[in-house]
Design a protein around this ligand. Structure first.
Ligand code: SAM
Length: 321
């Protein structure tokens, strides 16, 4: 059974997400986002609650395999498999064959992944830098509300991308260099953002920041069965393919969808999959189940003592299909 503290933190986190969505409906996305980012006190409380929830409750929970703590382990395990085992070569080979079929020329440069070289990782919406414990990663953790001094303050939506260097001060980042990361991580990030346009912008930025053959990892909560939000997950795959990111791994854990998207050797190779699909079967935007909620449903935030993780990681009734 969840403790009172666990229930309180869960409820608080959900209420912040809900308030942002409500404000976006009332004020418009941009104004709501600006207001949200200016509320330093609120952001600080959220950061502390999120860190506490993740480190004191999820990580210490006896049902570890079922809890959201497994997101961090999933990211580590998949990236290890992709970069150091056969996976990257397998995907490359597949793409070279597709490129050949569609007459696209590939100028392939070996990414030179060795055991010694740390993988350059951008963790967006990192909060407390949960990937720090993996020594194979050279992580740049960013957040609008850093929970500790490891994490740089930065709004990814307003981050400038440059062709040359990063611009990093002691505690803030204003610019990052394009094509400089092996991996970009969105762990529980996209559903924080109230609009599909913002989610799409984040994915497009991730594409620009990744090196060719780099991967975007997306972890998003959902405690429903795998089919319940399948149309949404398929739509994300479709939209990201059009950006040049091919989905190479999808796994549904009890509370999460875990996905990896590879920046293809050539944009047209990733886009080819999208071209072969019937567009009508997808949503045209990067929607999340909360986007379809009616007001009364979205304000039913009460947790019982033992289901607070489920409601936090669900937040999602089945969308209208
Ligand atoms: C639910 S928390 C997830 C924290 C962490 N990634 C994890 O898996 O435990 C979402 C985080 O994303 C951050 N965030 C939301 N929008 C952001 C943006 N535009 N730029 C940077 N961080 C953002 C929030 O401040 C929050 O810390």
């Amino acid at each position: 059974m969840a403790s009172a503290d666990h229930v309180f933190l869960s409820g608080f986190i959900k209420s912040v997400h809900q308030k942002l969505r409500d404000d976006a409906k009332l004020l418009g996305t941009e104004e709501a986002w600006q207001k949200h980012c200016e509320d330093e006190d609120g952001l600080e409380k959220y950061a502390s609650a999120m860190q506490n929830l993740a480190t004191s409750h999820w990580e210490n929970n006896c049902n570890k395999g079922l809890k959201a703590t497994s997101r961090v382990e999933w990211i580590y395990q998949f990236s290890k498999k992709y970069f150091t085992k056969e996976e990257i070569r397998k995907q490359r080979q597949k793409e070279i064959e597709i490129a050949h079929k569609i007459n696209v020329e590939i100028n392939y440069v070996d990414p030179n992944i060795t055991e010694e070289r740390k993988l350059q990782v951008l963790d967006v919406g990192s909060c407390y830098n949960p990937l720090k414990k993996y020594t194979c990663f050279g992580v740049i953790p960013i957040d609008i509300a850093p929970a500790n001094s490891d994490v740089y303050k930065c709004d990814f939506l307003n981050l400038k991308l440059t062709p040359t260097t990063h611009c990093i001060s002691d505690s803030e980042i204003s610019e990052l260099q394009q094509e400089s990361f092996d991996m970009v991580v969105f762990s529980l990030l996209l559903e924080y953002l109230p609009s599909p346009v913002q989610r799409h912008l984040c994915c497009a930025k991730a594409y620009s920041l990744l090196k060719t053959e780099g991967i975007l990892i997306i972890v998003t909560p959902d405690s429903k069965h795998v089919g319940a939000n399948a149309k949404i997950m398929k739509s994300w795959r479709f939209i990201l393919a059009k950006l040049g990111l091919s989905r190479i791994k999808y796994e549904k854990l009890s509370y999460l969808h875990c996905m990896a998207f590879r920046k293809s050797l050539h944009k047209e190779v990733a886009q080819r999959w999208a071209l072969l699909q019937d567009e009508k079967q997808f949503f045209s935007e990067m929607v999340i189940p909360q986007d379809f909620k009616k007001f009364e449903e979205s304000h039913n935030l009460v947790d019982s003592k033992d289901n607070c993780d489920i409601t936090l990681f669900k937040e999602l009734p089945c969308p209208v299909e």
